[in-house]
Design a protein around this ligand. Structure first.
Ligand code: PMV
Length: 361
């Protein structure tokens, strides 16, 4: 599919008003997206677990207006006006207008809330943009009821990508691949696809406990981090490595080889942060407690043979990953040894999930 395939035919219906409501989960990348080309095109393909508990719920009330020259929307975050989110949404609407040409014809009231605490250091842009994209697609479906389900979800992912790259992996579950990779049939730079090959049962219920090491604002945003991959001395090798890791994961995901899975996933996390450290200007998002946790995970795995592992996103928090059958042992380990490295002892349990859901009003 190309961008043109997301331009709609003329709409048949123009409802006066209505309301739609969607819940979209966060996701955690196993092979990381880091570096992009113009228009939110990823420099390399990535794959993620869709999460379940960490999610954004968004409702959009829409009402026809007479002046169709500008975008018009109000925004409530957790019940209160949130002016600092508005510029991001304004940019998002500008980027997607060609694909949803009804946007200037309605006034929107967007109400959004996260299941995870606001200042947890968990990025809400993936789940937030995915939930908003789904609400807007739901409105488009009222204007064009013939839209089929597969197009609905693919276009929602396409739109979410234009809001925040990794958001395109937050529409469906349970493993989503984004970015053109020749051996993966149907893969595209424009949207995420449900991973189309065999996935062993162990990976369908994998657990992710997010250890909240640092809840504050990051020193360097993902947007800046992606930009610093331009002219980065190791960029080309890194992009090739991501392709190679996707290939290596394919038999591992099929046969449930947790040991080999861990090698790739931990290497991906550390490579992501190595790219940050080797950028110019260089930066470090890990904190001393991030490294303490990683070392304790390695020591515990070695001593007990319980296959706990970690990954990181662009921040200091650690995602501890483990098969569901080890849940009790992993939770005991967290309480005994890891919670002390978390800000105010905070962590959130999550697990692989099935993707976004529509909420009946
Ligand atoms: O979607 P962005 O621009 O916030 O970038 C996400 C980058 C990582 O979380 C570090 C990796 C990934 O693939 O999710």
């Amino acid at each position: 599919m190309t961008e043109k395939d997301f331009l709609p035919n003329p709409y048949q219906n123009w409802p006066k008003e209505g309301k739609v409501n969607w819940k979209a989960p966060s996701n955690i990348a196993l092979v990381k997206y880091w570096g992009k080309k113009p228009n939110q095109i990823p420099a390399n393909p990535s794959i993620s677990f869709t999460l379940d508990a960490c999610a954004t719920t968004t409702s959009v009330h829409f009402e026809q207006k007479t002046n169709a020259d500008t975008f018009s929307f109000g925004l409530l975050f957790e019940g209160k006006p949130k002016p600092d989110f508005k510029p991001k949404i304004q940019t998002f609407l500008e980027r997607i207008e060609a694909y949803l040409p009804f946007l200037k014809k309605y006034h929107f009231t967007i109400e959004t809330s996260n299941s995870f605490p606001h200042s947890s250091g968990i990025a809400s842009s993936a789940s937030g943009m995915a939930a908003l994209a789904l609400c807007l697609m739901d409105i488009e479906k009222q204007l064009a009821p013939q839209i089929r389900d597969d197009h609905f979800y693919t276009k929602a992912s396409f739109l979410a990508r234009l809001g925040s790259g990794s958001a395109c992996r937050s529409i469906r579950g349970s493993l989503v691949e984004w970015g053109y990779h020749e051996p993966i049939s149907g893969s595209s730079d424009l949207y995420g696809i449900t991973y189309p090959y065999e996935v062993h049962s162990v990976f369908q219920k994998y657990c992710d406990t997010i250890l909240l090491v640092h809840k504050g604002q990051k020193q360097v945003s993902s947007t800046v981090g992606h930009q610093l991959m331009h002219g980065h001395p190791y960029a080309e090798n890194r992009f090739q490595q991501a392709h190679a890791n996707l290939d290596k994961l394919r038999p591992i995901l099929a046969n449930g080889d947790v040991e080999e899975f861990i090698k790739i996933v931990e290497s991906e996390a550390l490579t992501l942060h190595a790219m940050m450290m080797a950028s110019m200007p260089y930066f470090i998002l890990m904190k001393p407690d991030t490294l303490e946790i990683i070392n304790k995970i390695w020591a515990f795995r070695e001593a007990t043979k319980v296959p706990v592992s970690f990954t990181l996103d662009a921040g200091a928090n650690v995602h501890m990953l483990y098969p569901e059958e080890y849940r009790e042992k992993a939770l005991q380990f967290i309480q005994d040894e890891l919670a002390q490295h978390c800000e105010n002892g905070g962590y959130i349990h999550d697990q692989v999930g099935q993707g976004a859901t529509k909420i009946k009003s």
